[in-house]
Design a protein around this ligand. Structure first.
Ligand SMILES: [Zn+2]
Length: 102
């Protein structure tokens, strides 16, 4: 794979990682506010109406992050199978390509 494709692949990796971390941050900020509002207004429907799409978004961004493929071998960079993964692996679990190497 040409070097520019590696650069593009790592940019995509960072984009997916930042989306995932941003969603976690939003979740950690929004859910306590929702809990406060639900206790204050006794409106559980509001909580589930906002929290359910947020959980779905969290799962989606997590799956996108873990679906990143190694630019050298083309296999999933940090996941061997569905429940065995390291989302922040420092090298490819298949070929050993270090993260951000070009
Ligand atoms: Zn690899």
């Amino acid at each position: 794979m040409p070097m520019s494709n590696y650069v593009q692949a790592w940019k995509e990796y960072k984009r997916r990682r930042n989306q995932y971390l941003g969603t976690i941050l939003a979740y950690l900020i929004i859910v306590p506010i929702l809990v406060f509002l639900v206790e204050r207004h006794r409106n559980e429907v509001l909580f589930f109406a906002i929290a359910t799409p947020l959980v779905a978004l969290l799962i989606y961004t997590h799956e996108c992050f873990l679906a990143f493929r190694c630019p050298r071998c083309g296999k999933k960079y940090d996941r061997r199978w569905r429940f065995k993964f390291n989302g922040f692996a420092k090298k490819c679990v298949y070929c050993g390509l270090p993260k951000y190497s070009i």
